[in-house]
Ligand binder design. Structure first.
Ligand SMILES: Nc1ncnc2c1ncn2[C@@H]1O[C@H](COP(=O)(O)OP(=O)(O)O)[C@@H](O)[C@H]1O
Ligand SMILES: [Mg+2]
Length: 255
């Protein structure tokens, strides 16, 4: 498979701190690629640069062979890159369905004002968004919860809902920042099965994850960061047996 995304010598400095240090990597189209490393190793910062929330200090990021690192966030999203956040960012006083629908508005060609004015075209678009959101909730096994307020949902459901909201934008590449963090084993299995289903639909996933059971069971390729720099890359099996990775990361987790 060709690369859908390429990072070349991407560096991010915050003052004197180098959070990401000359990171180069390729993400193959229609694959699950994991980005792992100890806390503070630059994983979220890398994701934020890909999504355009942070600008790289140095280096280039390309998506489908086009350099995107200079584009604003909304343009990057429109190109087909979706993301979830390490800390959940949902509207807790809105319903499940409304939260998913919000993920679709950026793609609509009508402004928010038309919704307020309730003009017919806006009503039509809203109907479209609603149906699409309902379909996605069904896909995620959450249709029965569509009218619940998000604040009443267990944490695990909120994490799944974030994935649903991202899917409203029809991303071809989905960036997931610790989608299984804080989940119990059965919730983790549910997230794993959703990620595998997305992969089977032809999506490409870049996954930051601490739970090694999740990473090792579904990733095709794993990139390991330590102090912002790539220290290893390979199949889950290769990574599990890599001396430097064990020393820097896996070893320290066994203590
Ligand atoms: N906005 C910021 N300003 C200053 N330092 C930051 C900022 N964001 C992250 N950092 C620092 O950059 C390093 C990498 O952070 P991060 O990418 O969040 O790591 P990870 O996601 O791997 O835990 C850490 O030392 C962190 O404190
Ligand atoms: Mg992080």
């Amino acid at each position: 498979m060709p690369a859908i995304m390429q990072l070349e010598n991407v560096t991010k400095k915050f003052g004197g701190l180098t959070a990401v240090d000359h990171l180069s990597m390729k993400i193959e189209e229609k694959s699950i690629h994991a980005l792992i490393g100890p806390n503070g190793s630059g994983k979220t910062t890398s994701l934020n640069m890909i999504a355009g929330v942070l600008k790289a200090t140095e280096g280039a990021i390309s998506f489908n062979n086009e350099v995107i690192s200079a584009l604003p966030t909304f343009k990057i999203a429109q190109k087909g890159i979706g993301r979830t956040f390490q800390n959940i960012k949902l509207y807790s006083s809105m319903t499940v369905l409304e939260n998913v629908m919000v993920g679709g508005h950026s793609k609509g060609n009508l402004g928010f004002q038309s919704f307020l004015l309730n003009i017919p075209a806006a009503r039509k678009e809203e109907r479209f968004l609603r149906e699409k959101a309902e379909e996605l909730l069904f896909f995620l096994g959450m249709y029965h919860l569509k009218d619940e307020l998000v604040k009443n949902l267990p944490y695990g459901r909120q994490k799944v809902l974030e994935i649903g909201r991202t899917l409203m934008g029809d991303p071809s590449l989905i960036l997931l920042d610790e989608p299984a963090a804080g989940l119990n084993p059965s919730e983790r299995l549910e997230v794993v099965s959703i990620l595998v289903k997305l992969y089977k639909q032809g999506k490409t996933l870049l996954l930051i994850e601490h739970n090694m059971d999740v990473v090792m069971s579904i990733s095709h390729k794993v990139t390991v960061l330590n102090f912002g720099a790539k220290i290893a890359e390979g199949s889950p099996m290769e990574i599990q047996n890599n001396e430097e990775v064990i020393k820097a990361y896996l070893g320290s987790k066994r203590k």
